[in-house]
Structure formats: C-alpha cells, structure tokens
Design a protein around this ligand. Sequence first.
Ligand code: IMP
Ligand code: MG
Length: 184
Amino acid sequence: MERIKLHDKHFRLFISNKKIVDAIGDVAGVLNDEYRDREAPLFLAVLNGSFMFAADLLKKIDFPCEISFIKLSSYSGTETTGEIKEILGLSTEVSGREVIVIEDIVDTGNTIVDLHSILKERGASSVKFCTLLLKPDAYKKELKIDYVAISIPNDFIVGYGLDYNELGRQYKDIYVLDESDITG
Ligand code: IMP
Ligand code: MG
C-alpha cells in the first residue's frame, strides 16, 4: 500500500518491509558476534510498539537468551521533574543480569533514560539499548544507544508496531505523515 489514512491524517510509504528486515539482520549480526560465549542476556521488549521488531529480531538471534515483555506507565510526579516512568509486568529478576532493552523508536530519549535508571536501581549488571529507529536530530541525551537499525529524520511515522493514537501498528511497512494532501 502506498498511502494509508489513520484517524484524520494521511501517511505515505516511507520504509519498505524489505529494508526494515535487512536492517534488523545487520543488527542481529552485531549482537550475535558480541554475545557469543557470554552468559545468556535478558531481552526486555517494551510494549506495545516493539512487538514486531522484537519478533523479527529475536528470530535471528542465535545465542542463548531470555525474552520478557514490559509496559511503561508514566505518571506526573508531585515534583517539578515531570513525568516518571514505571515498569509494568517485569516478572523476571534483573539483578546481576545483562539486560538488552528492545525499543521501537528513540525520539527525545526520555523513555530510555528512565528505563536505564530503573533497571540499574534494580541491580542489572549492564543495560544496553537496541532500537529499530532513532531520530538523531531529536536525541540529545548522553546515554549511549548501543544498537540502532535505522536512523530517520525528525518526522512522525507509523507502522511496524508504531501507532498514531493506537492505529497503524499492524502494517508491515513504515509510513510517514503526509501533509501535502489534506483532502479525502
Ligand atoms: P522518547 O521518550 O521521546 O524517546 O519517545 C519514545 C516513544 O515515543 C516511543 O516509544 C514511541 O512510543 C513514541 N514515538 C516517538 N516518535 C514517534 C513516531 O514518529 N511515531 C510514533 N510514535 C513515536
Ligand atoms: Mg513506545
């Protein structure tokens, strides 16, 4: 499909599934080299956005590993620091483990910075980040993003797990907001 409409907005094809899958293959190759002969790490995939990426990535991982899924809830703290994220559904013990977080996209980086400190507080021996997409022009944090499949401009995208107000997650390709045409 070349174009899709979700709620009130139009999106046009931006990254084909073939390109996504090829980029994931490259990242899996790097992980397979780095984690060979090490203690089994724990992959933590952040729902909902990373479900497709996690499935395609993990099919290509050939070292022993554990896989778990978490959700994040954000609440406004009583202090001026603003939003604080909490991890929901983390049933696996992370203490002393090498953790690899699987994210759909890193934008401002607020999410991964919060996740990093929570997982370190819980005693993870290392916390690495593997993201399908990165918006380098938006990301201004110090925290290193260890594995990035695809870097994109600062545009709003949907598909392959990513949503616009919960719609659009099921598409196998990635679409970008198309503001050139606001009719039908
Ligand atoms: P961050 O905390 O600003 O890095 O934002 C990360 C989260 O924002 C992602 O996990 C997505 O849920 C959401 N997000 C950021 N950019 C996009 C986008 O272009 N499309 C859909 N969701 C996005
Ligand atoms: Mg997300």
